[in-house]
Design a protein around this ligand. Structure first.
Ligand code: SDX
Length: 378
């Protein structure tokens, strides 16, 4: 075996087939079960997208109504999960809270070790419904606020905002949040999804696979980038009331310096997309709507300055995390909660892949090229 046979990071390697989604860098497109994600984001509820990813088809009115009823009755924060979260330091990273909560849910699920398709789908639905209460509770406990009980008269997107902020969000805020949940839901064999498939390939259980995926998503080269984007904005300095032009000038200078120092700037670049992330235009529309809604044009200035400076210097384009970060900031989420929001959405994709892997499984176990000492005797 020669060096050329080693594909570090499995870059460019096709590891398996999937029917869940198609990421096409040539056409810069993303299909969920054949449907362009832009069309789904334009009008489908998060609940309907979840059913599409799990079943492969859009739900009937009846199927959607039944799932909505199920989801609304499984939103509460399990006292056992709350107890476990309360044992964690209030200043630990919220991704550790998310990872722990899923692990506790698995340990308490009577069907955790049951892996027939119906049981797996039921666990996926329960995880999808139950996770938002964890992130809402975690943000509130860090702020010294009491938890807010879910409301079953609100849809999924409305209820996440209700549990987190204790008030009904404006329609345009709910819509921007819904769009972000649809766009974050699924993206073929990204690092966290592939992690979930590796764990599933050993015939381990769904909660173990999702817990492992959360560990992978936490990294700033992956899901943690949306949080890192906000740290970049904070480092540059967010000055409400500053003009868009003044903010853009400051962020351009910051980017030029960062690139001169050979820094990796989170929110830009992608392993698969090389001419821009297909989801960014749609997410950017939601960011524009939030900038207008909250009157925070200086934030758009920072955004535009960084993007243009990076493009001029390297041609590297933003990925989904770049517009998502400031959107969540404007909605009022604490920066450390951005990647837990990514968990809430990617539970749909992870569980769809877990079920697909299990349905046609082969243990995932690649080779390696040995570069250690030649054989020698003690
Ligand atoms: C997500 O895979 C998915 O689908 C993931 C995701 C999903 O939905 O699941 O889309 C979500 O994770 C989006 C990506 C979020 N990550 C970040 O924003 C982190 C910053 N991005 C980079 O670390 C990087 O672009 C990666 C990791 C995303 C992809 O990197 P690659 O494909 O391994 O390419 P690379 O790092 O080798 O970069 C190629 C060149 C390098 O220059 P050289 O060292 O060869 O001179 O481009 C440069 C890099 O330095 N480069 C960057 C850069 N991204 C690439 N330079 C500065 N800042 C960046 N962000």
């Amino acid at each position: 075996m020669t060096d050329t046979d080693v594909h570090k990071g499995l870059a460019g390697i096709v590891a398996d087939r999937t029917a869940v989604s198609k990421v096409n860098p040539d056409t810069n497109s993303l299909l969920y079960r054949g449907y362009p994600v832009q069309q789904l984001a334009a009008g489908l509820s998060v609940e309907a997208v979840a059913l599409l990813l799990w079943s492969g088809e859009l739900p009937s009115t009846q199927e959607l109504a039944e799932f909505e009823e199920f989801e609304r009755s499984h939103r509460g924060l399990d006292p056992k999960v709350r107890e476990a979260v309360d044992l964690l330091p209030a200043d630990c990273h919220p991704m550790d809270v998310g990872r722990t909560a899923v692990s506790v849910m698995g340990a308490n699920d009577p069907h955790a070790q049951t892996s027939d398709p119906a049981a797996e789908l039921q666990k996926a639905k329960k995880l999808f419904a139950a996770f938002p209460a964890v992130l809402a509770y975690d943000q509130r406990r860090r702020r010294g606020q009491d938890p807010v009980a879910p409301r079953d008269d609100l849809d999924y997107a409305q209820n996440v905002l209700w549990m987190t902020f204790g008030e009904e969000a404006a329609a345009e805020v709910v819509n921007a949040f819904r769009v972000s949940m649809v766009l974050y839901a699924e993206h073929s064999f990204n690092a966290s999804t592939f992690t979930a498939r590796v764990v599933t390939s050993t015939l381990s259980d769904l909660h173990s696979a999702v817990t492992a995926a959360i560990g992978a998503l936490k990294g700033p080269l992956h899901g943690g980038a949306n949080e890192a984007v906000m740290h970049t904005f904070a480092e540059i300095g967010i000055r409400p009331g500053e003009t868009r032009e003044e903010a853009a000038a400051r962020s351009r200078e910051w980017m030029e310096n960062a690139l001169a120092e050979k820094r990796k700037v989170m929110g830009f670049g992608h392993r698969v997309y090389k001419r821009g992330d297909s989801r960014v235009p749609t997410m950017k529309e939601s960011l524009d709507a939030m900038v207008e809604h909250y009157g925070r044009h200086e934030l758009m200035g920072l955004y535009e300055g960084l993007e243009s400076a990076m493009d001029e210097a390297t041609g590297i384009k933003p990925n989904l995390d770049y517009p998502a970060g400031p959107t969540y900031h404007l909605m009022g989420f604490d920066t450390e909660m951005f990647t837990p929001l990514f968990i809430a959405s990617r539970i749909m994709g992870w569980t769809a892949h877990i079920m697909e892997q299990r349905a046609d499984n082969t243990l995932i176990r690649p080779l390696s090229e040995y570069s250690g000492p030649d054989e020698r005797s003690l």
